[in-house]
Write a protein that binds this ligand. Sequence first.
Ligand code: HEM
Length: 117
Amino acid sequence: MKKIYFILMIFILVFTIVACTQDNAGTTSISSPGEIEGEMIELTLEELSQYNGQGGNKAYVAVDGVIYDVTDVPQWQGGSHNGNTAGQDISDQIANLSPHGKRVLNNLKVVGALIGE
Ligand code: HEM
């Protein structure tokens, strides 16, 4: 009887350790509703230019130092939208030339920040 009790205790101990380890593994990604999800990246303007939405590349744009993912935005299909190309800093264009302004940014996924050289 004592032996069975001992084995049972070992099982509970192993189960607890496994459960705790899995919990810790999940903490590496930040996730809050409608906001930042996953890891944030830092890109220079030159690095950002690779994310032009062409040839299977993701389409990212920077506005006021924040990098947004426009890959799945229908209006940005193929990496361009009304004369603008993905992979660039479009802060001036969105503020001064677009009819909608920055309100369209609210629906986008933030992927990171634009940094200097
Ligand atoms: C992250 C950047 C941008 C996103 C997500 C975006 C998204 C959109 C969306 C969803 C529409 C549909 C109508 C609406 O919601 O108002 C639209 C329309 C439009 N956008 Fe943008 N836009 C962006 C940047 C720009 C920029 C930089 C320009 C111009 C310099 C621009 C010019 C226009 C124009 C002229 C329209 C109206 C004509 C059309 O529907 O094609 N957009 N945009």
